[in-house]
Every structure is written in structure tokens, then in C-alpha cells.
Design a protein around this ligand. Structure first.
Ligand code: ADP
Length: 247
């Protein structure tokens, strides 16, 4: 397969903080409809890798290509426009707006220079809100104030807000943290559904959840990739057991 077949191609990526290499000549390819999970001990560089892909942190060396476009020096907001979505652990939703309004203001044209005030809710926007609400399992909560949702529902709403922008790569940092077991199951279903139309990268510590969702697992250690492949292969790897799974 040539590199042009990948949604994301990260090659020889390096970032140093005061001489310390948090990411060290790392190479990683993600397919278009792949759900990749990144695991590894604390401090391995997982968050920094996602920060580099979304543009929150700038690389010291190496390259990041998304849909064959070089991102490495591109500003964060331009990467969003190109189709890269990132969700952090804490949901950032508008608690006093309804679920519908939260999704509505996330529709790309709502981010005009006049802001949400000048925004007109067209039939096209309504249809997009409805489709995303169904995807995230909140179609019956469109009129509910977001602040009244459960913890899990808030996380799904934020995923929905990102989906409104139709990302082709969605990155999620520990999406099931603090969720009930039922909410975890529903999140697994949601992630499996949304990767049908895009690539998804998830950082996760819960190995049962990883087994449920991952197409492929990347194990990071000291800024490098220690192992990569299907979960069964990775969890049998002695180096992985040694630095991570055995603890
Ligand atoms: P993980 O997400 O795997 O726990 P991180 O990506 O958060 O790991 O961190 C990797 C290493 O890089 C850690 O040693 C961390 O202290 C260091 N690091 C991350 N960001 C910065 C920064 N902005 N300045 C200095 N060191 C950093």
C-alpha cells in the first residue's frame, strides 16, 4: 500500500521539551475507516502525539500528512477545517443551551464572523442536527438543557458537536472515563458506528474496552512505538507485558 491510501501518515515525528524527546522519531499510519487505540504507561507520549496531530503542539522534526496534505506547520484552526476533530477528557458543552442548540452552533457555517447570533437554522442544519442526534443516541433529548444530561450523555453530546463538523479524523482522549458500564457499552457502539465514515484514534487505559473497539492497537513507550497490531498479538508481546500490561 502506498502512503496515499492512508488517512493519516506520521513519519519520523519528534518533539523535544528542553532537550527531552517526548515523541522520538515516531512513524504511524492510520487507514481511512480505522479505529486505532493508543495505549501505554503514563508519560509514554500518547497525549503529546494527539497534540501534535491536531496542532496544539508544534513538531521539532518529522512530518504529519492528512489526506496527503502536509500539516506539520499548519495552524490548529486550519487543521479543523481540513477535517481533524479532537475531544479532550472534560466535556466542553454549553450547559445552559439545549442539546439541539449545542449541535446547531457546532454546524460549520455557524462559526461565521458574526457568530451564533447571525446564524440561521435552516432545514439543512436541522437535518444535520437530527442525523447526529440519532448517531449519538440523544434524538429524544433534543429539547433538554445540556447541563441536565448524565455524565455519559454529555460526553456523547460533545462527540456529536465534533461530528457536526464532519471530521474525517476524530481523536478521543479516554472517552469512557467516569462512565457507567451501560454507558461504556453504548460508547463502544457509538465509536464502532462513527468509524464507518472516518478514521478514529482513541487513547484508552481500560483493556476490556480496548478489546471491544480496536481494529488495531499501538503501544507507546518513552515517545516511541513499542508494538503495534491486533489486540491479541499486542497483549501477548512480552515487552508490552513488561512495561505496561503486567503492572
Ligand atoms: P501520556 O499521555 O502518554 O501520559 P504525555 O504525552 O502527557 O504522556 O507526556 C509525555 C512526556 O512529555 C511526559 O514526560 C511529560 O511530562 C512530557 N511533556 C508533555 N508535554 C510537555 C510540555 N508542554 N513541556 C514539557 N514536558 C512535557
Amino acid at each position: 500500500m502506498s502512503n496515499t491510501d492512508f488517512a493519516l501518515a506520521v513519519e519520523d515525528l519528534t518533539v523535544s521539551f528542553d532537550g527531552f524527546k517526548a515523541i522520538d522519531t515516531l512513524t504511524l499510519y492510520i487507514d481511512k475507516n480505522e479505529l486505532r487505540v493508543i495505549i501505554g504507561p503514563n508519560g509514554a507520549g500518547k497525549t503529546t502525539l494527539l497534540d501534535l496531530i491536531c496542532g496544539k503542539t508544534k513538531a521539532s522534526a518529522g512530518s504529519i500528512k492528512f489526506k496527503n496534505t502536509e500539516l506539520t506547520k499548519m495552524a490548529e484552526h486550519k487543521r479543523v477545517r481540513l477535517g481533524i476533530g479532537r475531544k479532550f477528557q472534560t466535556p466542553s458543552i454549553y450547559e445552559n443551551l439545549s442539546v439541539f442548540q449545542n449541535l446547531e452552533v457546532s454546524y460549520p457555517s455557524g462559526r461565521s464572523v458574526f457568530g451564533a447570533l447571525a446564524f440561521k437554522c435552516t432545514d439543512q442544519v436541522k437535518a444535520a442536527v437530527q442525523a447526529v442526534a440519532e448517531d449519538i443516541g440523544l434524538a429524544d433529548k433534543l429539547g433538554t438543557e445540556a447541563g441536565l444530561l448524565s455524565h455519559g450523555q454529555k460526553q456523547w453530546l460533545e462527540i456529536g458537536m465534533l461530528l457536526m463538523q464532519e471530521p474525517e479524523l476524530l481523536m478521543l482522549d479516554e472517552p469512557i472515563a467516569g462512565m457507567s458500564s451501560r454507558e461504556r457499552e453504548l460508547t463502544a457502539d457509538l465509536l464502532k458506528r462513527i468509524c464507518k465514515n472516518r478514521a478514529v484514534i482513541v487513547i484508552e487505559h481500560d483493556m476490556e474496552f480496548v478489546k471491544q473497539i480496536a481494529h488495531k492497537v499501538t503501544v507507546m513507550h518513552q515517545g516511541k512505538i513499542l508494538a503495534e497490531g491486533p489486540m491479541e498479538k499486542v497483549q501477548a508481546d512480552e515487552r508490552v507485558i513488561d512495561v505496561y500490561l503486567g503492572h
